[in-house]
Design a protein. Sequence first.
Length: 237
Amino acid sequence: MNLLAFDTSTDTLSIAVQHGALGAAGLYQHTAAGGAQTSTHLIPEIRRLMALAQMRLQDLDAIVFGAGPGSFTGLRTACAVAQGLAFGAAVPVLPVDTLLAVAEEARWQCGDAQNFTVTALLDARMDELYTADYGFASDHWTQSSQQRLIKPENLDWNGIHVLAGNVFEGYGARLPAPAARTFALPTATALLRLAPGLLAAGAGVSAEHALPTYIRDKVAQTTLERNASKALAGLAP
């Protein structure tokens, strides 16, 4: 398959282009600092990788993006770019859960494990984590818990084989001690590995139906909402 994949849900920008079979000869990738740099570098790097692969957007079978959860601004950026490119090229869009991509990246780091259970964790800031549990068997991922937003100490480990994500530096002391830990991000190459199965299952959508996944629906209050909260607390605006 010919695929373009990118993730901007964390502080790392990850982009990859697959030309034909997924392998070193047909894989072009770029990883760099994300965050505030994402909006500046995402489209130019996509163009550069597509040129290296000698492909046009119209040659793609799908445009794959990390749909969330993750950085609010990063998710909106990724979705908007995926939609814009897909509209112009008339190709489908594949939104992929970033926690599933973390799980896949951890599995790949563990030697392409064929029987694998993992709790995926992403830093949600504001002293919270995004998390979900996944299992891989018979070349297929299943999600065994809903995606949720929790405090680190509220993680229900349940003996899952591996904790994987980007949370250990900031929250490691507050997470279950016995669990194996793997630093893993929702990389573009993880998205590429997931894409064929998800597309075969009908997860691809038209550009106008591509949406980010928000677990924390609201990250800021308006001035009126802040004043109302203060009034309820008995404080002057």
